[in-house]
Write a protein that binds this ligand. Structure first.
Ligand code: SF4
Length: 235
């Protein structure tokens, strides 16, 4: 799945939580090559053509006006890296002096590599859906595991600030799975354990799914501390 144009399908004008330590706006891109059953951005992923597009010029004008208040832009979705015009789009934001954070599922290492090579990223957050052997189940599609590993390697060797993060729920993740992720990503900078929300989900069955208790999430955090420089829970 690839697109020739950048498709901005949503804009959150201010966020204090999407870019660690920075005030940012969040751009939502339409389309994604994964179908994670717990995903809550359903229309953005499945029916982006039904959502109005925000013209690029309109967004850049908005950015110019917010220069004093915003440090950066968080690119989310959907999956930003399926859009072939992403590097050109980011260059326009960088030319205006904004930091750029990319949220990605890691399925497109070619695009990620290109963005890194051109020094277009200031922070990367990559989803880790599950241990590699369970990836397809958690992503809802057959995933190219080599692409995932390649993205992880690119990020870890990039010199750019980054985090890995996993949205976890009992149906998909055991304590052993979390431990496997820790061993797999051992030595990485930052890992966030994210609480699953069973409100609106790609797979309607998941709306009835249990969530981990706060003490269980904190238990995972303690267990994973030896494997990362920093581990936190996002509840
Ligand atoms: S949660 Fe999964 S399906 Fe939803 S946008 Fe992220 S990678 Fe795509």
């Amino acid at each position: 799945m690839a697109s020739d144009t950048v498709d901005i399908k949503g804009l959150q004008k201010t966020s204090l939580i999407d870019y660690p330590g920075k005030v940012c706006c969040v751009v939502f891109f339409g389309g994604c090559d994964f179908r994670c059953p717990f995903c809550y951005n359903i229309d953005l992923v499945l029916n982006p053509e039904r959502l109005p597009t925000i013209p690029e010029e309109e967004f850049l004008e908005f950015l110019k006006k917010r220069k004093k208040w915003l440090d950066g832009v968080c690119l989310g979705g959907g999956e930003p890296c399926i859009h072939q015009d992403l590097p050109e789009f980011i260059k326009k934001m960088k030319n205006l002096g904004f930091l750029v954070k990319l949220d990605t599922n890691g399925s497109k290492p070619e695009m990620l590599g290109k963005l890194l090579k051109e020094n277009l990223l200031d922070y990367i957050a990559m989803d880790i859906k599950a241990p590699l052997e369970k990836y397809d189940n958690a992503a809802g599609v057959k995933v190219d595991k080599r692409a995932i590993q390649k993205s992880i390697d690119l990020i870890r060797n990039s010199g750019v600030d980054y985090e890995f993060r996993s949205t976890v729920l009992p149906r998909l993740h055991s304590k052993q799975d979390l431990l496997s992720i820790g061993k797999w990503l051992r030595g990485s900078r930052r890992f966030f354990i994210q609480q699953f929300r069973n409100e609106k989900t790609m797979n309607p069955e998941f709306q009835k799914e249990n969530v981990f208790k706060p003490e269980e999430l904190n238990g995972f955090k303690e267990m994973l501390k030896p494997y990362f420089k920093e581990v936190e829970v996002r509840a």
